[in-house]
Design a protein around this ligand. Structure first.
Ligand SMILES: C[S@@+](CC[C@H](N)C(=O)[O-])C[C@H]1O[C@@H](n2cnc3c(N)ncnc32)[C@H](O)[C@@H]1O
Length: 241
C-alpha cells in the first residue's frame, strides 16, 4: 500500500495545531480586511476558503458579512471548524485536486497552502479547478511564501517548546523543495514529520497562472498589501481573475 502523503497525515494530527498555535490570527484578520476592501467585494460575495484549516480566515470573513464556504482535506480540522457554522458559513472535507460542484465569486488560497506535490501537473490541476470554480470576473487570491526571501533568511536549526512538547526543527532547501523536518516525543512515542513545500518563485508561479488562463491583476508582498519586493517581502500574494 502506498504511504500516505505527508500533508494528509501531518495536518490532521493534533501536534500540527500545537506547534503552530501561536500563528498570528491578528495578521490573518488584517489581511482579510485589507484584501476585501481593496477588491471592494460586496457583502453578497460567496467566498471559498481553500484550504481553510480550522477556519480562522473563513470565520472572520463571515463576521465581516460574507457568505463563506471552507474546504480542507483534514477531517479533524473540518470537524473543529464546523462548530462555527451558520447559514452563511459552511465547512466541508474537500481535496483541492478534485473539482468543485459549485461556482464561487472569489476563491482564497491562504498561508502557503500550495506546492505540496512532486508533480507540477498536480499544482496546475489545482489552479485549473479553482479557475473552473470561479464565476465570471471572480477573484482568486493566492497567498504564498516568497521563496527567495525564505532562502536568504533560512534558519537551519531551531528548538521550540509548546505545551510541554519539545519540537526539534531542521530546515533545508533540497531537490526543489523547502523542507522542514519536525521531530518530537509526545504521547509515549517519537514522531517525525517533514513538511515539503515546492520552491516556487514568482516567475514560476506567474507562469503557472498564465498557463491555466488567469489574468494577474496585482502582486503584493505582505498582508498590508505593500508592493512585492523579491529581496524583502515576506509573502508573495497574487490576485488574479
Ligand atoms: C498551512 S495550512 C493552512 C490552512 C489555512 N489556510 C490557515 O491559514 O490556517 C495548509 C492546509 O492545507 C490542507 N491541505 C493539504 N493538502 C490538501 C489538499 N490536497 N486538499 C485540500 N486541503 C489540503 C491541510 O490540511 C492544511 O489545513
Amino acid at each position: 500500500m502506498k504511504n500516505k502523503d505527508w500533508f494528509t497525515e501531518w495536518f490532521n494530527t493534533p501536534y500540527y495545531h500545537i506547534l503552530y498555535k501561536d500563528r498570528n490570527d491578528e495578521d490573518a484578520q488584517v489581511f482579510m480586511k485589507n484584501i476585501t476592501e481593496f477588491l471592494v467585494l460586496p457583502k453578497s460575495t460567496h467566498i471559498l476558503d481553500l484550504p481553510c484549516g480550522k477556519g480562522r480566515h473563513a470565520v472572520f470573513l463571515n463576521s465581516l458579512g460574507y457568505k463563506v464556504t471552507g474546504g480542507d482535506l483534514a477531517e479533524n480540522s473540518i470537524n473543529n471548524a464546523k462548530k462555527f457554522e451558520n447559514e452563511r458559513l459552511t465547512f466541508k472535507v474537500h481535496d483541492m485536486r478534485k473539482p468543485f460542484n459549485n461556482k464561487y465569486d472569489a476563491v482564497f488560497n491562504l498561508f502557503t497552502s500550495f506546492g505540496y506535490f512532486d508533480d507540477d501537473k498536480e499544482d496546475l490541476l489545482i489552479l485549473k479547478n479553482i479557475k473552473k470554480g470561479l464565476r465570471k470576473n471572480g477573484y482568486f487570491v493566492f497567498d504564498f511564501l516568497n521563496a527567495s526571501f525564505v532562502k536568504d533568511t533560512l534558519v537551519s536549526e531551531e528548538t521550540k517548546i509548546v505545551d510541554d512538547i519539545t519540537f526539534y526543527i531542521k530546515r533545508e532547501i533540497k531537490d526543489g523543495f523547502i523542507c522542514k523536518n519536525i521531530s518530537f516525543f509526545a504521547d509515549d512515542k517519537q514522531h517525525t514529520f517533514t513538511e515539503k513545500v515546492k520552491y516556487l518563485d514568482s516567475t514560476k508561479l506567474t507562469n503557472y497562472f498564465t498557463k491555466v488562463g488567469f489574468t494577474i491583476t496585482n502582486i503584493f508582498g505582505d498582508y498590508h498589501l505593500n508592493e512585492f519586493d523579491i529581496k524583502t517581502s515576506n509573502r508573495l500574494i497574487i490576485v488574479a481573475k
